[in-house]
Design a protein around this ligand. Structure first.
Ligand code: FAD
Ligand code: DHB
Length: 409
């Protein structure tokens, strides 16, 4: 098969002086949910892509992260052909609860915003995407070391990497930087080519995963005097819980007993059930950050997902934003190859950023209202008043609900 844009074979390999040289249409850096989903959408559109991932597949699957999917994300996953298990095993949630001063207030998502969310772990999405990629013979190179972007400012970019002592170079039309916040793609762009916006929060989240039936029916986000806590789940037999912690804390300072005692005090006696006896199967600490880079396109390089932006996890938006970026990039690449229409590629940054900033605002707002911040008495009163207003006002609840279920793609 030949590539219409370049006239070269879509995939070819030559080997000279210990260096292999291959050609593809799109090199995707990173096999997190963004990279794997883009690979799958392109595969279905007949566009050739190679994914380069620094870690092993097992390592990628071992990272416990997101759990809440917007309806728009679910729709894109169906379009990508990975909706079957999601439909069977995903749990539809029509509301969430906010805990404050010993009471729980329900935000009726479905009733107020007309949509629900789905609880289905990022690990499961990643597994589904890995399986379908393997079945479709999509090429993914795991444990690809020293990935380097070459000539990404020109019409003929290349990406090199090392694997098992051999250097490989891939010629391509485009590079998709789906390599997360600490990846190589954004780091390859000189800092005077973009503007970065950042806010670092003075605390982290300690997360715990345990095999125990969740004693709650819907997620509970709790603002307590001792700090934030979140009661979430992965399935009818698995809970995922978080507590706000100090940035200096280490996981080994948090025994299961200490975690459950803190969680009980923050989430409330009525919510915790028998969980204090559940043994953890994973515990990790994540810092909280808001970050956006503008633009998202640099010549032939396009950033998507956490490579381009970070939200604090409170609004459950990170994975959902990665999916909307990838969907826009997929549509733009499809139009480039099928219609020779460059406009969607030109508009990629602007289209993504409109949605990104709204999710940034919502995640910042949720974080602001639910955590304990070091600060002055005025800010604390503002936080209390904001929550009281939310519980009393249907308009405020509708605003929260429409953002939580996800703004239109
Ligand atoms: P990543 O998942 O970070 O994937 C990037 C990949 O690139 C990685 O596999 C990495 O190994 C690879 N890579 C990095 N550097 C290189 C390199 N040099 N060469 C090759 N490969 C490289 N989001 C939600 O929507 N809902 C939630 O409920 C939610 N909860 C969260 C809870 C926590 C505790 C955390 C930490 C995050 C949460 N998120 C949530 C955010 C979500 O997990 C991320 O936004 C999502 O993982 C982004 O996907 P990504 O593919 O862009 O990046
Ligand atoms: C989960 C994580 C979040 O950040 C969130 O807002 C809701 C749920 C989770 O991991 O289950």
């Amino acid at each position: 098969m030949h590539d219409r844009a370049s006239g070269l074979p879509r995939s070819s390999t030559t080997s000279e002086r210990g260096l292999t040289r291959t050609r593809t249409q799109v090199v995707i850096v990173g096999a997190g949910p963004a990279g794997l989903l883009l690979g799958q959408l392109l595969l279905r559109a007949g566009i050739d892509a190679v994914i380069l991932e620094r870690r092993s597949a097992e390592y990628v699957l071992g990272r416990i992260r997101a759990g809440v999917l917007e309806q728009g994300t679910v729709d894109v996953l169906h379009q990508a052909g990975v909706g079957a298990r999601l439909s069977r095993e995903g749990l539809v949630h029509e509301g969430v609860e906010i805990g404050f001063r010993g009471r729980r207030h329900r935000i009726a998502l479905k009733e107020l915003a007309g949509k629900s969310v789905m609880v289905y772990g990022q690990t499961e999405i990643t597994r589904d995407l890995m399986d379908i990629r393997a079945a479709g013979n999509g090429k993914t190179v795991y444990q690809a070391d020293e990935v380097a972007l070459l000539d990404w400012q020109n019409a003929s970019p290349r990406v090199s990497y090392r694997k098992d002592g051999v250097t490989h170079e891939i010629d391509c039309d485009f590079i998709a930087g789906c390599d997360g916040f600490h990846g190589v793609c954004r780091a390859s762009v000189p800092s005077d080519r973009y503007q970065a916006f950042e806010r670092i929060y003075p605390f982290g989240w300690l997360g715990l995963l345990a095999d125990a039936p969740p004693p709650w029916n819907e997620l509970i986000y709790a603002n307590s005097e001792r700090g934030f806590a979140l009661a979430s789940l992965r399935s009818p037999t698995r809970v995922r819980c978080y507590v706000q912690c100090s940035l200096e804390d280490r996981v080994d300072q948090w025994s299961d007993a200490r975690f459950w005692e803190e969680f009980r005090q923050r989430i409330g006696e009525g919510a915790i059930g028998d969980l204090a006896r559940a043994a953890s199967i994973e515990k990790s600490i994540a810092p909280l950050r808001s970050f956006v880079v503008e633009p998202l396109r640099f010549g032939r390089l396009f950033l998507a997902g956490d490579a381009a932006h970070i939200v604090p996890p409170t609004g459950a938006k990170g994975l959902n934003l990665a999916v909307s970026d990838v969907f826009y990039l997929y549509e733009a690449l499809r139009d480039h190859y099928r219609e020779r229409d460059e406009r969607p590629l030109d508009h990629y940054s602007t289209r993504c950023l409109r949605r990104i900033w709204k999710a940034e605002r919502f995640s910042w707002w949720m974080t602001r209202q639910l955590h304990q911040f070091p600060g002055d008495a005025f800010s604390k009163r503002m936080q209390e008043t904001e929550l009281e207003y939310l519980f009393e006002s249907r308009a405020a609840q509708t605003s929260m609900a429409e953002n939580y279920v996800g703004l239109p793609l």
